[in-house]
Write a protein that binds this ligand. Structure first.
Ligand code: ADP
Ligand code: MG
Length: 729
């Protein structure tokens, strides 16, 4: 039996904040305590092994068997002191969550005894029986095994009594089955391409690292209310629910004081994060009621991705201890702000410079402009791929929903930098420039830091915005693995930097002076990618029209958006950069489509179930009360009085009947259409069928259910209402 919402509400009203005892030391005393990071390594490893791991992290060099043996032994000794009994390879299959399979440290030996065993072999490679993870057809049954391989660039950590070792997950034939493998390859390609371009400006740069600082939005809902909503349990979002009388229109939640229960949850979450070296720094209320955000200090991209995956996992666990369910879905409540995960991205050199931060001299500013403009051109040239990288059934509800970035890819750079672009276009000539012209140009770009200082115009509606010293990819969904978007962004920028260098070198070979060559190619890039720059309101209808005029695409649904992954252009790009093979891309495309179809299919089933098992029976019960009432009226009134007095009830009885049959008919039709769709074998066609033929029923069924919610006796309504889920503290 489903829990009636009154019982759930009663539970919520009796709750008090759960106060779990937290460390009283300063954060710096326990920060990273559960990570086998540099400090622990220095303590537990020989000099030789330590430098071997560091060089693997910094230069990607291989760690040999002997060193791996030492690292394993050290990890085990370190973990043992923490009372750890198990270890697991921790990986990120394409399901979107993380996966782990715990093994105890011991191995049985003869005589019924056991010895502790965790060596280099166990550290470096494992073969989880992973045949039920999505592979997009890459793993045939005869080669069902996939294996996980240690990623030394992300440190091992302890959760509970388990040592977790970050790993990649690949098929027996070496193809990527996870998010991490292509990300690491894209980061490698970017490092190489960006380091090469840096040589124009600074010969000391030997490595460029992409940095990522994500901002995680989420909702907190009381466990009791969550458990009374089968739709939340099964799909992570509410499939029904009338908008509350008060929504977010008062904007009184944003940056407001955080409710006590939420604060205790956040405190514990933060402590857990800090112990794991996840540098959570900021917390605040978000726009919608019961919506919050947390953000860390940025880190190297791969590590930041791991930390975000870890955070989502910990949130769930800590949430339960506080009688909360954490909703990471992009759109848990219709008509209420959705949740995103802004990906703040930049490039840092091993000489300590942020390449997207203007410098003090014309030379460093030319370097800034180089990376800035090449990023814009990369996003412009691969806007479809960028769009694909954030596509999911969940995110479709959010993109373009008037409070989220639109599905049109555009870039905001602010009016000051727009003026710099105009200026460059005017001043840079393709012929030879006079010394005066050159000086003038350099003076102009020398002023960039000053003009950026008063860069106050921040545009919240852009899907990709420059915010002073980084780009912010805002269209990423709250439940997504950042690696999807980051693999694409880093890959397209790497590709663009390679092309840029080729063009500049060609001009230099023709005798054009280096700076002039750079200027000329940059201006060409500005010209060819200008149409993606947009400073206005990205949520407005005019932008949709304007974007269409500019030839920018507005791809509204996931099945269509995903096509970009298998376009010839993208297949060549990823192959050329050695990020993914053609086969891997086809597989990924198939997996993403399949995931989409399954999500819509599950939602459709749940809509059917709740309509038939919860809503219609409740409506009938209330209708019977009305009918009973009408019968009794008939007994006490004469015919004329009865007609006037019972007319409202009679109308309601009729309305309920009409709505019940609309709901029932739509559910039946939807089920029939599902049956028809399910025989389609082609992944794309199947996903399109679910998108275009099944999904439209959702709104029409919901419409009638929500209308019933408004008229049916509150006492009878079984599902927690929006106002209860969003406003009960
Ligand atoms: P907001 O965008 O909300 O105004 P901030 O600009 O302070 O806030 O930063 C938001 C996020 O951007 C944080 O996670 C921060 O660490 C990250 N960030 C700041 N600088 C960089 C950088 N160079 N590279 C990547 N992320 C960065
Ligand atoms: Mg931000």
């Amino acid at each position: 039996m489903a829990i009636h919402r009154f019982k759930a509400l009663e539970e919520v009203l009796n709750r008090t904040p759960v106060n779990i005892e937290l460390p009283s030391e300063a954060i710096s005393d326990y920060y990273g305590k559960n990570v086998f990071g540099r400090d622990a390594m220095r303590e537990y490893l020989s000099e030789e092994a330590y430098s071997s791991v560091l060089s693997a992290i910094d230069t990607g060099s291989k760690i040999d068997r002997k060193m791996a043996e030492q690292v394993a032994a050290a990890m085990k000794s370190w973990a043992k002191i923490k009372g750890v009994s198990h270890y697991t390879h921790w990986f990120q299959p394409l399901t979107g969550t993380t996966a782990e399979k715990h093994d105890a440290f011991f191995t049985p030996v003869e005589g019924g005894r056991a010895i502790e065993k965790f060596g280099g072999d166990q550290l470096v490679q494992q073969e989880p029986d992973a045949s039920s993870f999505p592979s997009g057809g890459i793993r045939n049954t005869f080669e069902a095994r996939g294996y996980t391989a240690w990623d030394p660039t992300s440190p091992a950590f302890v959760i509970g009594k388990t040592l977790c070792i970050p790993t990649v997950f690949v098929s027996y034939t070496g193809e990527a089955l996870d998010f991490k493998t292509p990300l690491l390859k894209a980061l490698h390609a970017l490092d190489k391409a960006a380091t090469d371009v840096c040589q124009y400006f600074d010969k000391n740069v030997a490595k460029v690292t992409a940095t990522l600082g994500w901002e995680q939005e989420y909702f907190l809902i009381d466990t009791a209310l969550f458990n009374a909503r089968p739709d939340l349990i099964m799909t992570g979002r509410t499939l029904f629910g009338h908008a509350p009388a008060k929504g977010q229109q008062l904007e009184d939640h944003y940056f407001g004081s955080i409710p006590d229960r939420a604060t205790s949850f956040m405190r514990e979450l933060e402590v857990e994060c800090w112990m794991l070296g996840v540098p959570i720094k900021t917390r605040h209320n978000e726009v919608a009621p019961n919506q919050f955000e947390c953000a860390p200090v940025y880190e190297e991209c791969n590590l930041a991705v791991d930390h975000n995956q870890l955070l989502m996992d910990i949130m769930e666990k800590v949430g339960r201890r506080h009688n909360f369910r954490v909703l990471l879905h992009e759109k848990p409540f219709a008509g209420v702000n959705g949740s995103g995960k802004h990906n703040n991205w930049s490039l840092g050199t091993d000489t300590g410079k942020n390449l997207l931060s203007p410098g003090k001299t014309p030379k460093t500013n030319l370097q800034f402009l180089t990376f800035f403009i090449n990023t814009i051109k990369a996003v412009h040239d691969h806007a479809d791929l960028m769009r694909a990288s954030i596509a999911s059934a969940n995110n479709d509800h959010r993109l373009g929903a008037n409070e989220a970035p639109p599905a049109i890819m555009s870039i905001f750079i602010g009016s000051q930098l727009t003026r710099v672009f105009d200026d460059l276009e005017k001043k840079v000539k393709s012929g030879k420039m006079t010394p005066d012209e050159k000086t003038d140009l350099k003076l102009g770009i020398g002023k960039i830091p000053d003009i950026l200082l008063d860069n106050t115009d921040r545009n919240r509606t852009s899907p990709f915005a420059f915010t002073g010293n980084k780009f912010e990819f805002r269209a990423v969904g709250s439940s997504a693995n950042c690696a999807g978007a980051m693999t694409v962004l880093n890959a397209v920028v790497a590709n663009q930097l390679i092309l840029f260098k080729k063009d500049v070198d060609a001009l230099i070979d023709k005798g054009v002076e280096k700076d002039e060559a750079i200027f000329q190619i940059l201006v060409e890039s500005i010209k060819s990618s200008k149409k993606i720059l947009f400073e206005g309101n990205g949520y407005g209808e005019e932008w949709v029209r304007e974007a269409a005029k500019r030839g920018l695409k507005n791809i509204k649904t996931t099945p269509q958006a995903l096509d970009a992954y298998i376009s010839d252009k993208v297949i060549r790009l990823f192959e050329h950069l050695d990020v993914m093979s053609h086969r891997e891309q086809e597989a990924r495309h198939a997996i993403y489509l399949e995931t989409y179809t399954k999500k819509i299919q599950i939602e459709s089933r749940i809509i059917g179930d709740i309509s038939l098992n919860h809503i219609i029976p409740t409506a009938i019960r209330y209708q019977n009360l009305l009918i009973d009432n009408v019968h009794k009226m008939k007994d006490i009134f004469n015919a004329a009085d009865f007609k006037t007095n019972a007319s409202t009830q009679l109308e309601m009885i009729k309305e309920i009947s009409e709505r019940i049959s609309s709901i029932k008919n739509s559910v039946n039709e939807m089920t029939e259409d599902r049956k028809k769709a399910n025989v389609i074998e082609d992944h794309k066609k199947l996903a399109v069928a679910y998108c275009e033929r099944i999904k439209p029923y959702f709104d029409s069924i919901r419409y009638h259910v929500d209308k019933l919610e408004l008229i049916i006796d509150d006492e009878l309504w079984p599902l927690p209402k929006y106002r209860e889920m969003l406003f009960t503290k």
